[in-house]
Design a protein around this ligand. Structure first.
Ligand SMILES: [Zn+2]
Length: 200
């Protein structure tokens, strides 16, 4: 991930990335967020949800709410290593609770649908089937010959549904453009007959 984006996340979530400035012998976080820029928003949302959950729960413990005191404080979630493996996000950590474990697992699953280079998330995202496998859009595929989109790989009706959706979108855009051109044409005709309306 670009240094500026890495810095931004580490500064925004200092408790989560507390190991970022340790030596390579002390923590894998020394190497930073070892994923592409395309997963920035995925990580930003994940870290936001995790820290908010911990802070609000532990605040309730401090205020002495029965249910929160009974559950106990949630240990601070700390990132141990963030990297890409077999085309998916891997987020190793310590601390947190069951809910946070679910959040991390969900983000890791989502990464398989998001281009690691540019963040695109639609029916054109997939992966190459040979070599270094990476989740990407068609444009950022490492090897376009072996590239397969997630939707087509499923071999179900979804590919056909998306094709129809894109066709409908294209037709609607063309129709809107035609109507706009007609309106603009009418305006031009008015101006030819009566001059610039703004001078009236
Ligand atoms: Zn891309």
């Amino acid at each position: 991930m670009h240094q500026l984006l890495d810095d931004y996340l580490c500064k925004k979530y200092p408790k989560i990335f507390v190991e970022r400035n340790l030596s390579p012998q002390e923590s894998c976080m020394h190497w930073g967020l070892a994923v592409g820029n395309g997963w920035f928003f995925l990580l930003n949302t994940l870290c936001h949800d995790i820290q908010s959950h911990i802070d609000s729960h532990n605040d309730c413990v401090r205020k002495g709410y029965d249910w929160a005191v009974k559950a106990g404080e949630i240990p601070q979630f700390v990132a141990l290593q963030v990297k890409e493996k077999f085309s998916g996000l891997r987020f190793y950590y310590k601390g947190g609770d069951e809910k946070i474990a679910g959040m991390v697992s969900h983000a890791e699953d989502l990464s398989y649908s998001i281009c690691e280079e540019c963040g695109q998330m639609n029916e054109e995202v997939g992966r190459n089937t040979k070599g270094w496998i990476q989740t990407s859009c068609k444009r950022h595929a490492r090897n376009s010959i072996d590239f397969r989109t997630n939707v087509n790989a499923r071999k179900d009706e979804l590919a056909e549904i998306w094709r129809k959706v894109r066709q409908d979108e294209k037709e609607a855009a063309e129709k809107a453009e035609k109507e706009f051109a007609k309106e603009r044409g009418d305006k031009n005709a008015y101006q030819l007959m009566f001059g610039d309306e703004t001078k009236v």
